[in-house]
Design a protein. Structure first.
Length: 280
């Protein structure tokens, strides 16, 4: 089998990865002003940087919301499209050796995909995600630079933003430690510093996602959740989800290449010969 290129096309960011005989080759991403420019910029940069000749490519598989803008083959190469939720499930399962998981795809919003063996099912989602984090940061911090937001948050204190159990109760409640959040932004005042606000925003978004993921599993016996998407790269991510693990007795996994998992899953959809629609 030749090289299969998986491309996850977002609104302005495209992620691309090559898969050959189940080996992941040089994931990368490119930003541009629109999905088509982002896709072709990513594809051109990828084949140039990796010295790939067009005849070496067996198939290009697109996924993501931006893939809807592509209605003909890329450079006359065999090109197909696959469902984003299927790609999420295949990509996450490839990197985590577990049969039963819920994939938590943290993009602009967040989707939940249940994987049980070979069965992959989209079970819902929430509008809270990276878009929420950036929108609140534009409003409260006057920036949408994710690195700046994360750096500010690392210097902030959540104690000055969130109302915690210890603020309203002298002892821990069943299943709720004293430092558990009773109300996001429940203690904030008009003089809060940017560092504290940034910490509050990141905790609000990631905790809301984590707790929504827990709720999505209530009708199953699944206790393992795989986190994918750009928000997995936030320095605060592991700490926040570790606390949720302790509270709910579950496990959150952040696999290698977590931000590229959907692109990887797109390429794997071709290898499985399932869920792909040729673009002709």
């Amino acid at each position: 089998m030749g090289l299969v290129i998986g491309i996850d096309v977002g609104g302005s960011t495209t992620k691309i990865v090559g898969v050959k005989q189940r080996e992941i080759i040089s994931p990368m991403f490119v930003k541009a002003s629109d999905p088509v420019a982002s896709l072709f910029g990513a594809f051109g940069k990828y084949i140039y940087n990796n010295q790939i000749n067009l005849p070496d490519i067996e198939e290009i598989i697109l996924t993501g919301v931006g893939s809807a803008f592509i209605d003909r083959p890329i450079y006359d190469l065999p090109t197909a499209r696959t469902d984003e939720f299927l790609a999420n499930g295949l990509g996450a399962k490839f990197t985590i050796d577990l049969e039963n998981i819920i994939v938590v795809s943290m993009g602009t919003g967040t989707s939940f995909v249940k994987v049980q063996g070979e069965n992959i099912e989209h079970i819902g989602g929430t509008g809270i995600g990276g878009g929420t984090l950036l929108g609140l940061s534009r409003l409260l911090l006057k920036t949408q630079n994710i690195d700046t937001i994360a750096e500010l948050a690392s210097q902030g204190s959540l104690n000055n933003i969130d109302l915690q159990i210890q603020d309203i109760c002298s002892k821990a409640l069943p299943g709720l430690p004293l430092d558990a959040t009773a109300s996001n932004f429940g203690k904030v005042d008009g003089n809060a510093c940017p560092e504290d606000l940034a910490s509050g925003i990141i905790h609000l978004v990631l905790r809301a996602i984590g707790q929504s993921a827990i709720l999505s599993s209530l009708n199953s016996n699944i206790r393992d959740f795989v986190l994918i998407g750009n928000l997995t790269q936030l320095p605060q991510c592991k700490e926040i989800f570790s606390k949720i693990e302790e509270m709910y007795d579950v496990r959150f996994h952040i696999p290698q290449y977590s931000e590229y998992s959907t692109a990887i899953g797109a390429a794997l959809a071709y290898q499985k010969r399932s869920g792909i629609e040729p673009i002709e």
